[in-house]
Design a protein around this ligand. Structure first.
Ligand code: TXE
Length: 478
């Protein structure tokens, strides 16, 4: 079994105390990689290395074009190693290979390319003042960024944080999720190959509480924390950030509502609705896990949706034909299984799906579920959708907004006025109309309520990963 170490100051190293853990392939349900298990000592080494690289190294002082060229080279290396990078995530957490290799790796590369270019082309405000002074803004790197990544899009979400942080001249300590560690070590190896100076991108593996994650968020040498994961963990991290007065960006869970009006293009609505809840086996914060369908088309929508769900190919995620793999870990499988097993006691009915082999849950469709049931209010993070009918637009908006989460929502309608009207009324960071998952990296990304704090993307990432400085010059003297 291959070993994956921490990457600290340009070196791949074991833990200071020699501790290791197994990464489990959730389809084969056996270890496939050995990984260094970090603790506070390893985090401290990494933060010190990142601090040295920030205070003394070339990275923050480099021109934007030169720094951007390194990020573009790294993007190219990811693309050239797409097979290996994709397979790492697939073996770690069971994502179908056509999603990890053909989508996530290229999106990771796009993150690096986009933020390299965005930083280079970014303009800053200048303010000629009536008093004869001139004010302008400098976007200076914030310092050492702690990035804590989840396991559902290991490489893609790591780069979503690392790319803007690096592009703006920060140095980074990345802690990947313990269920998906391998691609992070490979990313850091490739960064060195691309010419990134030692200490600029460090990776420390480990768990969250009482482990590397907690040590990183509590470390006094950190200047920013960016986190994607559970809402409960977000609260813990926000407390750690508050103790050190460190700005924190939290991208947390979701319970996306998908509202399908009777005037929708039905084929389009079904196609996107299936993708919205079953992509990555439902382990997506953006999952459209509650579908509300207007009554005149409810039965027709259900029939088409169930047929499409039943046609999905379940199996080995390394097989290119597979659309639904196992859940990412035994622990996560147990969580999702709990929701499947309690559908009937909560008042609902399973139309299709249920438990599969191993740690697999089949694409599951639930109807007749009371809106107060946990299945309608909690993030399940698996291939289970609750479909409910509604009558009026007002009722649809109320149902959609009836959640503590507010990450995203979908609306399907051919009525332009309704599309704008409902989009404005939905409590969500992103609303997709007649589509899903389409992203422009300049747009704000994040959620309201339990879905998070702050936005990233484009200039929103710039605001977070820099310290904007106002410089005011007296220009009136001669
Ligand atoms: O998340 P955690 P888990 C949701 C989803 C899932 C649930 C639990 O509903 O079922 O969260 O998943 C690190 N200090 N999402 O337990 O614990 C941890 O090591 C510092 C939604 O895996 O939040 C990992 O790197 N770090 C989601 C990362 O946080 C800590 C993606 C995420 O793990 C820490 C994932 C601590 N005290 C899960 N505790 C999304 N928004 O997309 C944990 N970590």
């Amino acid at each position: 079994m291959d070993f994956y170490g921490h990457v600290i100051d340009g070196e791949e190293v074991p833990s200071a105390d020699g501790a290791e853990f197994d990464s489990i392939d959730p389809y084969r349900r056996e270890p496939w990689a050995r990984v260094a298990l970090g603790s506070a000592a390893d985090v401290d080494r990494a933060v010190r290395a990142a601090r040295r690289a920030f205070d003394e190294g070339p990275w923050p002082r480099m021109g934007l074009a030169e720094r951007g060229a390194v990020l573009h080279r790294l993007a190219g290396l990811l693309e050239r190693n797409a097979e290996e990078m994709g397979l790492s995530d697939t073996r770690d957490m069971g994502k179908p290979i056509t999603q990890s290799r053909d989508n996530d790796v290229f999106r990771a590369a796009a993150n690096l390319r986009f933020f390299a270019d965005h930083a280079r082309l970014s303009t800053a405000e200048t303010l000629p003042m009536d008093s004869g002074h001139h004010a302008y803004t400098r976007f200076e790197p914030a310092g050492v960024v702690a990035a804590i990544a989840p396991w559902n899009y290991p490489l893609m979400l790591a780069t979503w944080k690392v790319a803007p942080a690096l592009a703006w001249g920060n140095t980074v300590v990345l802690k990947p999720a313990e269920d998906s560690p391998v691609s992070a070590t490979k990313l850091a190896r490739l960064a060195l190959e691309a010419g990134m100076p030692p200490g600029v991108l460090n990776v420390v593996h480990g768990r969250g509480p009482d482990s590397a994650g907690q040590a990183l968020t509590e470390h006094p040498g950190i200047d920013r924390i960016t986190f994607t994961g559970a809402s409960s963990t977000g609260r813990v991290i926000a407390r750690a950030a508050a103790a050190n007065l460190v700005p924190v960006s939290l991208e947390l869970g979701g319970k996306g509502a998908n509202v399908v009006f009777a005037d929708a293009d039905l084929a389009n609505a079904v196609e996107w609705s299936i993708k919205a809840v079953y992509t990555n086996t439902g382990q997506v914060c953006l999952a459209g896990s509650r579908i509300y369908v207007q009554r005149p088309i409810y039965e027709e929508f259900l029939a088409r949706f169930v047929a499409a769900a039943e046609a999905m190919v379940i199996g080995d995620p390394c097989d290119a034909a597979t659309q639904i793999g196992p859940l990412a870990s035994e622990q996560h499988y147990r969580k999702v299984r709990g929701y499947v097993e309690t559908v009937e006691s909560a008042g609902g009915k399973i139309l299709t799906g249920g438990l599969g082999d191993g740690w697999t849950v089949r694409p599951t469709v639930v109807v007749d579920m009371p809106q107060t049931a946990p299945h309608c209010t909690e993030e399940i993070f698996g291939p289970l959708v609750v479909i409910s009918p509604f009558d009026t637009e007002q009722e649809a908006v109320e149902l959609a907004n009836n959640t503590r989460y507010g990450l995203n929502a979908m609306v399907f309608t051919e009525n332009l006025h309704r599309a704008h009207r409902v989009s404005a009324r939905l409590r969500a960071g992103t609303v997709w109309v007649n589509c899903f998952f389409i992203r422009d990296l300049r747009a704000p990304f994040g959620g309201v309520g339990d879905s998070g704090v702050g936005r990233e993307g484009g200039s929103f990432s710039r605001e977070f990963f820099t310290e904007p400085k106002a410089v005011i010059i007296d220009v009136k003297r001669d």
